[in-house]
Ligand binder design. Structure first.
Ligand code: ARG
Ligand code: ZN
Length: 875
């Protein structure tokens, strides 16, 4: 069934309290729920029956106010339990049994490594007990967990433990009470034989919070980083937003079988092990950084998500867009702001722009869905964060901060809407957001172009900004967006010049804001002494595609702009244009020559090696295949790869001595640190190795092999191994075998071993990837392993996934059908890799559509995968 935003209706019954008793057993867990219900006057129908959601539950008993419910009052159909003739205010008692050890969907209560975990967002609670499983039903919960004391010594749930005991049969129990009202999707329990690491945090007002991180035995030495990140996040939210933690306990539990990254359950966050565990020899610097951001993200949800939740799932971005924005700001404040912004924008372009351009395009607030789990997307998360950022850019930091206060004053402890959030921002600023709301309800990435005209006689500069929006799926026409364009002008020497718009009394120094709220607008700057270079969209002030710079303008901006993001952006755009030209040449059969402008830019980047190694590494990174594909009418994966390879080799050869010298002085020596300089040096070390390998494969392979053997950090080992994996050489085979032998008992590192082979550009990559799907360590039931092999191949190995003979498509389609038998959410997400078919040549298009048709033809296909495949196929 399709759900529509326009059909929202308040729930017929509200729930005040939920008391749960779990008798935990892997094969048959009994769940008794006592629920205090009363009619909701806002619903409108005073005779409406009580309808509860329930999935894969075996009902044992139902009682109303203590009396068994007569059969005639009760029907179970279509995952719903309907009770007619119920009082207006009553207590419902239900007992069900469930089978956690057969729950391979990993939604609801399930077993992983013999321990119990839950995942309830979005609709997993209905797989635990019958309940009105929707976020606008907020209640106070208690949970009593009963389990074998020896096998499950640790029993955790939301809130605080209030009582515990041991039964005569040797089973023990703990009762948890969560004082804060919450929706069912934030319920959590964990039971198992887990190790824990503890610390404390003292809040701004002086309360002590007990912090705990629970992991499998043997992983205790990998949680120090996560604990530091947690404390830093707690402090940051107090300083940046005045938001203090509101319980006495904050626990995190790590689980190796998990459908996503992590989950913000009240007081008991549950994390994928990949986003908690880190040790220098097992986790890369990007793992460390991801962990920091996700720990922060889930912690920040305590206020933006838990205290104020969503009225319905169409409002998902209310909590996700805002919380991603908050974790981005945390990243910017606690590391290096412009580098952090560069990484976030790269991610938006890699994941969200293609989504917005293809058949899966949907607005930040989707108008309809079948399975909400299919809408935890880059658009809802990352574009949603950009929309929040634009609000702040438009009204300014102070008004935004006041707006957050108003949002909490008005909506704390309720389930709110995006309108509520925007209304708070309006109240704080007076800005009229009517037109701006299109960012929430209209899909597609606007194209922003500009034209500058300098009038020397009048000393005026006329800047015309234009937006156009290509039609997207299900949305043929669209209205212009309200686009905040942060900008400045650089003078002839590259200096920032004050700007004064026609009619303004005073010039503005530095970055200023232009608002484009129509298809086109013209801005006239006065007192402009010489033809300026415009620096537009500073800090990436809106999620649009900006075009129109000349190469000379890009060179000026890359060298001089005062905005760190735009300086990098100009260099990146410059390189993109040059590579696109080379790709066109490659397609015409011309031989490759390295553009001198690019060579100079790379030489300048390498010159930053000592002063700013992190920036140098980012500047030396060539545009990605996706960056280039996004700019081509018909994507040609072979030509893209050929030009990337030739460019890397030519740059490597042109500066081989400098690369050698840089390589020699950038490896990790001495003690490990994740400070920006150390991380930057390792990034530079690795990219330097890539250039050396491209320039001189024989020497490069020797260096890479040595790096896999001797480097002290996973960051360096894995980068070298990935370069070797691209070569079809005996050294590759040796290095991969040695790595596997060393780490085969370590699940997260073994995931990395699968992933780098899934990303291999070597000619024999596909056969090897197919073989890996039969490897004894491959496991369809483990989402991390599936993502490492199948997801990575389809998402990030364009050369081999799009192999002209269709072998890549066949492999992924077969895997999706196999995964769907086990875990429908993971199967559905993997379908995304086929969504870009319109961007390819007719032969590839045919093969990609045929793969989708084969998926759709399977009669056992889950509704989750069916929704995604249908949308990917037909829009
Ligand atoms: N709320 C969680 C997070 O952002 C993610 C939950 C994802 N749920 C899902 N069904 N995919 O942080
Ligand atoms: Zn989130």
């Amino acid at each position: 069934a399709e759900h529509r935003l326009a059909d929202y209706r308040p729930p017929a019954f509200l729930v005040d309290t939920v008391d749960l008793i779990f008798d935990l057993d892997p094969a048959a867990t009994r769940v008794r729920a006592t629920i205090a219900l009363r009619r909701n006057p806002a619903h409108g129908d005073p005779a409406a029956p009580l309808v509860l959601d329930g999935e894969d539950l075996t009902l044992e008993s139902v009682a109303i106010d203590g009396e068994p419910c007569p059969e005639a009052q009760l029907t179970i159909a279509d995952h719903m339990l309907t009770l007619t003739g119920v009082p207006d205010d009553f207590t419902l008692d239900t007992t069900v049994t469930i089978a956690p050890d057969r729950n391979t969907e990993l939604s609801g209560l399930y077993v992983s490594g013999g321990d119990f975990f839950t995942q309830c967002e979005a609709e997993g609670f209905r797989r635990i007990t019958f309940f009105p499983d929707r976020p606008d039903v907020m209640a106070r919960y208690s949970a009593t967990l009963i389990a074998d004391a020896a096998r499950y010594p640790v029993l955790l749930s939301n809130g605080n433990p209030v009582d515990r005991g041991t039964n005569p049969d040797g089973r023990h129990w703990v009762k948890w009470v969560d004082p804060h009202p919450k929706p069912s999707y934030l319920f959590a329990l964990v039971a198992g034989d887990l190790e824990s690491v503890h610390d404390t945090f003292t809040t701004a007002s002086g309360r002590t919070v007990a912090l705990g991180i629970y992991v499998r035995r043997g992983d205790e030495d990998r949680v120090a980083h996560a604990m530091e990140c947690l404390k830093r996040s707690m402090r940051w939210d107090e300083t940046a937003f005045g938001l203090e933690y509101d319980l006495d306990i904050f626990n995190i539990a790590a689980v190796s079988d998990f459908n996503m990254g992590a989950m913000e359950n009240k007081g008991l966050n549950i994390f994928n092990t990949s986003l908690v565990l880190a040790r220098p020899d097992t986790a890369t610097d990007s793992d460390y950084q991801r962990i920091d951001r996700v720990i922060a993200h889930e912690y920040f949800h305590n206020w933006t998500g838990d205290r104020i939740t969503c009225r319905d799932w169409f409002q998902l971005s209310l909590k996700e867009g805002l919380t991603v924005f908050r974790d981005q700001e945390y990243g910017a404040d606690t590391t290096e702001a412009s580098l952090s912004r560069i990484d976030d924008v790269k991610m938006l372009r890699f994941r969200q722009f293609p989504e917005d351009a293809g058949p899966l395009a949907h607005p930040v607030r989707p108008p309809a869905y079948r399975k909400i789990d299919n809408f935890y997307t880059a658009t809802v998360y990352e574009k949603g964060a950009e929309v929040v950022r634009m609000i702040r850019t438009i009204i300014g930091r102070e008004a935004f901060r006041r707006g957050i206060d108003i949002y909490f004053e008005r909506h704390d402890n309720t389930a709110a809407t995006i309108e509520d959030f925007v209304a708070a921002m309006h109240a704080a600023s007076g800005f009229d957001f009517t037109g701006f709301m299109r960012w929430y309800d209209q899909s597609g990435t606007p194209n922003l172009s500009f034209e500058g005209r300098y009038d020397a006689a009048a000393r005026q500069y006329h800047l015309t900004l234009r937006q156009s929006l290509p039609p997207t799926t299900n949305q043929p026409a669209s209205t212009p967006f309200v686009i905040p364009v942060a900008m400045g002008l650089l003078g002839p020497n590259g200096d920032e010049t004050p700007t004064r718009l026609h009619g303004e009394a005073e010039p503005v120094m530095g970055t200023r804001l232009l608002m484009l709220d129509a298809a086109e607008a013209r801005f006239t700057f006065t007192d402009v002494a010489a033809e300026p270079t415009p620096s537009l969209l500073r800090g990436f002030s809106a999620p649009v595609r900006l075009t129109g710079y000349s190469r000379a303008q890009l060179a000026t901006l890359a060298a001089h702009d005062t905005d760190g993001f735009n300086r990098w952006e100009a260099g990146h755009e410059h390189a993109t244009q040059i590579l696109l030209d080379a790709i066109a040449g490659e397609q015409r059969g011309e031989s490759f020559t390295l553009d001198s402008g690019l060579r100079e830019a790379m030489s300048a980047a390498l010159g930053l090696a000592d002063t700013n190694p992190a920036l140098a590494a980012r500047m030396l990174t060539l545009p990605s295949a996706e960056d280039l594909a996004a700019r081509m009418a018909i994507v040609d994966p072979d030509a893209i790869h050929a030009v990337q390879t030739a460019t890397r080799a030519a740059i490597g050869q042109a500066m081989i001595e400098r690369f050698r010298a840089t390589y020699a002085r950038t490896g990790t020596t001495g003690s490990f640190s994740t400070d920006p300089a150390s991380v930057g040096r390792r990034a530079l070390h690795n990219i330097t190795l890539a250039y050396l390998m491209a320039a001189d494969p024989a020497t490069g392979i020797t260096l890479a092999l040595e790096q896999t053997r001797a480097a002290p950090t996973m960051t360096e080992v894995l980068a070298a191994l990935a370069l070797l994996a691209d070569t079809a050489t005996p050294e590759r085979d040796d290095a991969l075998a040695a790595f596997h032998a060393k780490w085969r008992d370590d699940a997260l590192v073994t995931d990395k071993w699968f992933r780098i082979q899934a990303l291999s550009t070597a000619p024999d990559a596909i056969e090897r990837i197919e073989a890996l799907s039969h490897h004894q360590d491959f496991d369809l039931k483990n989402p991390n392993r599936v993502r490492a092999l199948v997801g990575a191949f389809g998402m990030a190995n364009p050369l081999r996934f799009h192999a002209a003979n269709g072998a890549g498509y066949d492999f992924v389609a077969r895997m999706i059908l196999a995964i769907d038998q086990v875990n429908r959410q993971i199967a559905a997400r993997t379908v995304e890799v086929f969504a870009g078919w319109q961007r390819y040549d007719p032969a590839r298009q045919d093969k990609m559509r045929a793969a989708l048709d084969r998926i759709l033809a399977a009669n056992t296909l889950s509704p989750n995968a069916r929704e995604m495949a249908t949308r990917a196929r037909h829009g």
